[in-house]
Design a protein around this ligand. Sequence first.
Ligand SMILES: O=C(O)CCC(=O)C(=O)O
Ligand SMILES: [Fe+2]
Length: 553
Amino acid sequence: MSEDTDVLIALVSSQLNRQSDVDTILDALVQSNGDPQAAASLLNEQANPKSKKRKRAVGGGLHGWLDKDKSPKVAKKDDALPSRSTVTDVSSSTKPPSKSSKPASTAKPVVDLMSVLRQPEPTSPKKKKPQISPLTLSSPAMIAEHIPCTLHTSVLPPKLASDLFYTMLTKSKNWQRNKWWLFDKVVESPHRTSFFARKTDGVNNDESWQEVAQYWYNGRPTAPPETFPPEMEAACSIIERVVSDQLCTRKRFPLEWAGGFGVGNEDLVWRANVAASNCYEGRNESVGWHSDQMQYLGPYCTIASLSLGTRRNFSLREVIPTQEAETRRAQTFNIPLPHNSLVIMHGSCQERFKHSIPPQTSMDLYRPAYPPPPSLQSSNSSSASNTGASTSTSPNSTSTTTEPSNCRINITFRFYRPDFKPDTIPKCKCGIPMILRPDMKGTIKRFEEQEQPQSEQKGKGKDKVKELAKDEEDKELGKPVEDKVQGEEVEDRKGERETPAYTYVKRTDKYWWTCYAGAQNDGKGCTTWKVMDFDGEGRGPAVCQVEGAKCIE
Ligand SMILES: O=C(O)CCC(=O)C(=O)O
Ligand SMILES: [Fe+2]
């Protein structure tokens, strides 16, 4: 996953003479082709047109700012990892120190990402277009109207939801924070995370799946990921049915998986074979704006995201194409996610929207309706008070008590496609598997139209590659997508649904393979890129390759 937009916003923000809101900074970044320094200059000049010279709100420039020893959350060099307090509504708690895993080299200081990202305070500078206030989508119908997602409340039997919550909460004590390189520092995610692989691949009952799945997890040999615990397995079967039923009411995207799911599962149109799980402890833990990497999921993936525990807001924000940037602004949508609710991120969500779990100023605690299952009672009762329930000492007793929890467990069920297996993923010059990202800006199309065929571009020299790399960098800021003519190919995704329809405007079905070494390899990567050639790479079967498929095109 990438936190790049947040990082760019923070970089701009750090160089402003006066603070600006996120939309204004995003606009400036778009106008500056993704260059944070240029964007900061632009905003500073707008704020003070007479002064040509840019003053810095924070001294020492970009690197000075990143290097500042002053930041209380930057770990000292020999502290491998920071430990910081989580502020909650009712109490504060000290986190257990997280364990270091990747990236391999952690000689550099480890920084909590949120200490690098500082949200600017809202101001009201002159704007070209009016801001659009965030909109809370409080019902399934509102959600379906505005975004390519559906919400399903009370999705699991209540006891199963409760047992799964306790199971994952207990496991989460050993989960780790993701780490990646940002400039010369290692930053870590402001939540703990883990990865699970199902017993089989969900298609061929493949016995060797577990072994393969370890490579699908992180691209290099480590311990295989944990298999789904029984409660997760039970939840997954229910969720597969919910998702499949939902997909049957929707038109499908041409490049979605259409290969089926093996004998006995012919009635399912979606399965999960892996799950990523996150634990957010307290109202400050979060995940920044990102779209999910799709190198194993393939294009137009469906992701089923289960929420357990405290209610948190899930935010989505569209990436606005450049040709529309003058006429409309992105809007932030907030969806409050209660315990035992499922958000399905449908095809085109990762292509068009970024999502996040923002920190909150307040948060209701979750009061479990059931005590922990007997097998977990001792581990929960001996745990820190902020990790969930406490129980009576008798493991078999039904007179256990439950205590409020400040944790949210998220499980995203995903389907790793057989046609995107690790041995099919191209490697960059650094020798590591590349990542797949949607061409949100239409850069590929622009080069295809304005320059020469893609095969000739590859050897076109540094400048061209640099330009492409730069385009790639700011792609997720929502710059150009010139490929599809405005107004045409506007399709109604209503299908057979009764709710108001989310309107799908076809924008892109192009994807980049790009080097990802920079995030994991001492901050150094190469500029290798190539356009995914779905047919040429032998991928599929996809919806568009199946006769008679109810396809969005
Ligand atoms: O916690 C959530 O609901 C979102 C998690 C997420 O975006 C992710 O794991 O990629
Ligand atoms: Fe995500």
